[in-house]
Design a protein around this ligand. Structure first.
Ligand SMILES: *Cc1c(COP(=O)(O)O)cnc(C)c1O
Length: 373
């Protein structure tokens, strides 16, 4: 391996700026010269456009994906301490939000083929007598969780369903976009996400008018009318500069997701005979490949060798939430254990994946992986 070759990053939000630089600069300048720096027409326009794109009646822009989850959970008006079930194999934010909303997490195991909530684990938790008020379903890595099994199960037990769509912007199931299946959906626009801002940003989507009104109030001091706090709220508003950036990027989201899918197909073909565990698509779903995650028994060796070859990789996630210092030993866990979540932690590896990743770089990643396994 020649050392003078350019290294390939695992993700590259700067490339998304370069790809649309003049339109993004103009959008930002439009906000700066408008004099409206809190909410206002730019945020409203993005909310309308994103709600239409996903297929929900309402979108409410907030300050981050974490806040989207907190505000959505609070808007559901669950009694303090209510149990909210979700997975341990996710961004810590999913679980942190439950506690920030004054609720109690219950962490369940995953389906090892697709890394999303195992319906059997949820069934086990209900059968074990856990009084679950809501389930946060995480559409991890860019594809749908097993909603066909989870939704009827949750409904039967009267639990609300929150979709964590932070990694699944634009993905579908049975032809409908993720974010339209549960009671409420939460998006993050962290810079590396499929739809990414150039800073923190998030949104809550729902087709429930009352719920949307509560979310809207909660993000701004609980205001019903300006300066009348009808409920105890917070400050978590989407920044209009980020909203302007997101409007530009939303127009290119389908194209960017198609690029990710094309890169994934190249990886699929190139890595087919390597013995690595490759991503498994769920039938009737489109996968938007927020991450292209392979499974390797000797993952750490592979990662180190790729690093020496100038190829960046990431582990999503190196430690499951239930084993993180902040949570270990004090969070309610799957009665069946979290064996699959813990195994995944040791074997998953995210290869370079971003829309601007070129074909020659993809070929270089494939060649390097093949040489090493
Ligand atoms: C990124 C992410 C979040 C948190 O979003 P922030 O905008 O960083 O607060 C929540 N859940 C999942 C699954 C994520 O990937």
């Amino acid at each position: 391996m020649t050392t003078h070759r350019r290294s390939i990053p695992q993700t590259a939000p700067l490339a998304s700026y370069r790809a649309a630089r003049s339109r993004i600069d103009r959008a930002i300048a439009r906000v700066l010269t408008s004099g409206r720096y809190i909410l206002g027409p730019e945020v409203e326009a993005f909310e309308r456009e994103f709600a239409t794109y996903i297929g929900c009646r309402h979108a409410v822009g907030v300050a981050s994906g974490t806040d989207a989850l907190v505000v959505a959970l609070r808007a559901l008006d669950l009694a303090p301490g209510t149990v909210v079930a979700t997975v341990s194999h996710t961004a810590v934010a999913t679980v942190a939000a439950i506690e920030l909303a004054g609720l109690t997490p219950l962490l369940l195991d995953i389906d090892p083929a697709r890394y999303t909530l195992a319906p059997a684990a949820l069934e086990r938790a209900f059968a074990g007598g856990h009084r679950i008020g809501a389930v946060i379903v995480v559409h991890l890595y860019g594809q749908a969780a097993d909603l066909d099994a989870i939704l009827p199960l949750a409904r039967r037990h009267g639990a609300k369903v929150i979709e964590d769509c932070a990694q699944s912007h634009g993905a579908t199931l049975h032809g409908k976009r993720l974010g339209t299946f549960g009671d409420v959906a939460c998006f993050s626009f962290y810079p590396t996400k499929n739809l990414g801002a150039f800073g923190d940003a998030g949104a809550v989507l729902t087709s429930d008018d009352d719920l949307a009104a509560r979310v809207r109030a909660l993000r701004e001091y609980g205001w019903r009318d300006r300066t009348v706090s009808a409920i105890a709220g917070m400050n978590s508003r989407l920044d209009p500069i980020q909203a302007a950036v997101l409007r530009v990027k939303l127009a290119g989201l389908d194209r960017a997701n198609a690029r990710r899918a094309a890169i994934a197909s190249r990886y699929d073909r190139g890595l087919a005979k390597t013995g690595l565990g490759l991503p498994q698509r769920r039938p009737a779903a489109t996968h938007v490949f927020h991450q292209y995650v392979v499974r390797a028994k000797r993952r750490d060796d592979l990662r180190a060798a790729l690093d020496r070859a100038g190829i960046g990789t990431t582990i999503h996630y190196p430690v499951p939430v239930h084993l993180q210092p902040a949570y270990r030993g004090r969070i309610a866990l799957d009665p069946g254990g979290l064996g699959e979540s813990e195994r995944a932690t040791h074997e998953v590896l995210s290869l370079p994946m971003f829309p601007e990743l070129g074909a020659t770089d993809v070929a270089r990643v494939i060649a390097a992986v093949k040489k090493l396994v």
